[in-house]
Design a binder for this molecule. Structure first.
Ligand code: NDP
Length: 290
């Protein structure tokens, strides 16, 4: 067999794909690369990667094919031209998309004789291959196991199960925290900035606030799992009044209120449904049944 068992093909050389290639090379894996914009491979080839002239060559080079693309549409654009070359490959798609799209991709690849393992990288590109980085995976267990050691080079592996959509669900669940948190911190800086205060000056308070949020999570998880939302410390009516004050403050200083409006709406609806005296954790009922 001409394929190298420890070799890996990486398709998609944005910041994330490039970081993966460098990690694989550093760990001694032969790496074949292909990218739509070929010049993005130049530095990696100088670092020891092999440039495939075509997608077919890239896919043929190794049984393990890692994709790092903007979305799954890009996978179809690229592998749709690869003909039968994907047969027998394990395609590990570490691109972002929805769970349903990834499930459909699993079927599409299976029809072509390939196995799909989906994944979501829980680290920014500079942390790939470093200690805190981990990756959610799902898909056929044996396909994952066959390449788990190689994939561990990117970061700790967290295998979730056979359903292709699971890794993507976990990934999007974490990314919605990330995106919402980033946006909400920007909102805070905009609010403080309206008083002429530089973001840097407010930074220590913002950092403490971000760090403190974690301490609420254990009790939140308990309340959700036990479906018990005692409001003795902070009930939805009190928190909803504050949500209203945040909206009022933001509007009075003339900045965007979309995020505070969304939060206020959750409180309003929870109170309407009779959760006023329950904990703010009861908002999950509104989220579950909007
Ligand atoms: P980029 O958008 O910078 O790179 C995307 C890659 O996809 C490029 O190689 C691009 O090719 C290719 N691509 C996009 N559309 C097509 C298409 N239609 N046909 C062929 N190739 C296409 O993304 P990143 O490298 O930043 O991220 C890659 C994935 O990793 C994303 O899904 C992202 O959500 C995820 N991720 C990224 C993180 C980060 O820190 N960057 C962190 C965690 C996850 P070309 O070079 O020709 O444009």
């Amino acid at each position: 067999m001409s394929t190298n068992p420890s070799g890996v093909t990486v398709i998609g050389l944005g910041p994330m794909g490039q970081a993966m290639v460098r990690s694989f090379l550093a760990a001694g894996h032969p790496v074949t690369v292909w990218n739509r914009t070929a010049s993005r491979a130049d530095d990696l080839v100088a670092a020891g990667a092999t440039r495939a002239a075509t997608v077919v060559d890239a896919v043929a080079a190794n049984r393990l094919v890692v994709l790092s693309l903007t979305d799954y549409r890009a996978m179809y654009d690229i592998l749709g031209d690869a003909g039968g070359a994907v047969a027998g490959r394990v395609v590990v798609n570490l691109s972002s998309d929805t769970p349903d799209v990834t499930r459909e991709a699993g079927r599409w690849l299976a029809e072509r004789g390939a196995q799909l393992v989906t994944g979501g990288v829980m680290a920014p590109a500079p942390l790939v291959g470093k200690d805190p980085a981990f990756v959610f995976y799902s898909g056929p267990r044996e396909a994952f196991d066959a390449h788990a050691d190689t994939l561990a080079v990117i970061g700790r592996t967290e295998y979730l199960g056979a359903d292709h959509g699971l890794a993507q669900l976990y990934y999007q669940a974490q990314l919605q925290v990330f995106l919402t948190s980033l946006a909400t911190h920007l909102q805070t800086f905009a609010m403080i900035g309206a008083a002429g205060v530089p973001a840097r000056e407010f930074l220590p308070y913002a950092v403490q606030n971000a760090n403190d949020i974690a301490m609420y999570l254990e009790e939140t998880a308990k309340a959700i799992d036990e479906d018990d939302h005692p409001g003795d410390l902070a009930n939805a009516t009190m928190m909803g009044a504050t949500a209203d004050h945040i909206v009022g403050t933001v509007r009075s200083i003339g900045i965007d209120s979309a995020l505070p409006d969304a939060v206020k709406s959750l409180y309003d609806r929870a109170i309407e449904r009779g959760h006023g005296r329950d904990s703010w954790t009861s908002l999950i009922e509104v989220m579950r049944k909007p």
